[in-house]
Design a protein around this ligand. Structure first.
Ligand SMILES: N[C@@H](CCC(=O)N[C@@H](CS)C(=O)NCC(=O)O)C(=O)O
Length: 328
């Protein structure tokens, strides 16, 4: 929509009297399942005057077989009026509703990535939790996700079933998902991809379990070498782009990809440099991360597979989930 606004502003600043036609679309889906497509046709004609904007607004609902209803509005559109109109259309796009399927906040590290990204970038979405260790069966996951895994983003009739693919899908509409400049953007994509496809020892021996505090008794060589690489990678990004986030001043998808590592560090307290710890504290202090954490502590589902993984990781010092339950 920002692109739409810019192109419309450009158009408003240099209206020509020749018969020009431009079409721009915005599709808005409401909570009730109604879809509205706004299409702006710019044209001048004998009928509509020298320079008029025509809005073709079509709405239909996903819940019935009704035919779409189309309304056409036309009005003079020059200069500020056109910009004001575009602003109004832009604000309507905030109704855009994605549905994000996730699993337990306490365990689901992959779910956290798009969730924190969307929350930090103020991308509206409806959250649906399908918990491990609840009453849901593996079939429940297959009903919305082709792999039976989360996260899964649903946008109208489109399903995006992988956290990296979700980030790229969102990046097509929201320019702040990745850094705006070429060099930090390339770096951020490499680092996010490295996290997406690597760090298996960190994932397996320091499984995400937000509410636990665990003492790792023996750090394997493989785990230590991955921790060193995380540290090196974070220090590299922070020095190159000046922090406080990995690729510069603002939170982008690469920070979302490392957000689960911040919870792992909180749980397992592994050896890390001071700068890396500072970055972990920054992530843990974000309002969205605090919200996720508090919700994780309140969850009452327990999934034996995840609990067993955490038991293998080391000595449990504290289980804050229990105290959270006692507080309730
Ligand atoms: N490549 C996927 C991995 C997703 C994934 O493994 N999700 C875990 C949750 S943390 C899951 O759904 N596990 C359920 C299972 O393996 O049955 C992504 O990035 O989204």
């Amino acid at each position: 929509m920002a692109g739409l606004l810019h192109s419309m502003q450009a158009l408003a600043l240099c209206p020509t009297r020749q018969a020009a036609q431009r079409a721009q679309k915005s599709v808005v889906r409401s909570h009730t399942g109604t879809i509205q497509q706004h299409e702006i046709l710019m044209m001048s004609s004998a009928k509509f005057g020298p320079f008029n904007a025509i809005l073709r607004s079509t709405s239909w609902t996903t819940r019935s077989h009704e035919l779409p209803r189309t309304k056409i509005f036309s009005f003079p559109a020059e200069g500020e009026m056109l910009v004001a109109f575009c602003d109004a259309l832009h604000s309507r796009s905030s109704d855009l509703m994605f549905t994000l399927f996730i699993a337990n906040k306490n365990y689901s590290s992959w779910s956290l990535r798009p969730w924190v990204l969307m929350r930090e970038l103020h991308i509206p979405f409806e959250e649906r939790i399908i918990p491990f260790g609840g009453i849901s069966t593996p079939d429940a996951f297959r009903s919305f996700s082709p792999t039976g895994k989360v996260p899964c983003l649903v946008d109208a009739d489109l399903v995006i079933w992988d956290s990296l693919a979700i980030s790229e899908y969102l990046a097509e509409a929201v320019s702040t998902v990745w850094p705006s400049e070429r060099v930090p953007r390339a770096w951020a994509r490499c680092a996010a991809a490295e996290m997406h496809s690597g760090f298996l020892n960190l994932r397996n021996s320091c499984t995400m379990n937000c509410g636990l505090r665990v003492k790792i008794e023996v750090h394997s060589k493989a785990l230590l070498s991955e921790l060193q690489r995380v540290d090196e990678l974070w220090n590299d990004g922070l020095s190159r782009f000046g922090g406080p986030f990995l690729a510069g001043k603002t939170f982008t998808a690469v920070d979302a990809f490392f957000a689960p590592v911040a919870f792992r560090v909180q749980t397992y307290d592994p050896p890390l440099s001071a700068r890396a710890r500072e970055y972990v504290n920054l992530l843990l202090g974000l309002p969205s991360m605090k919200h996720w954490y508090e919700a994780a502590l309140r969850e009452t589902w327990r999934d034996e597979e995840h609990e067993a993984e955490a038991r293998k990781s080391g000595l449990w010092l504290h289980d804050l989930r229990h105290s959270a339950l006692r507080r309730d």
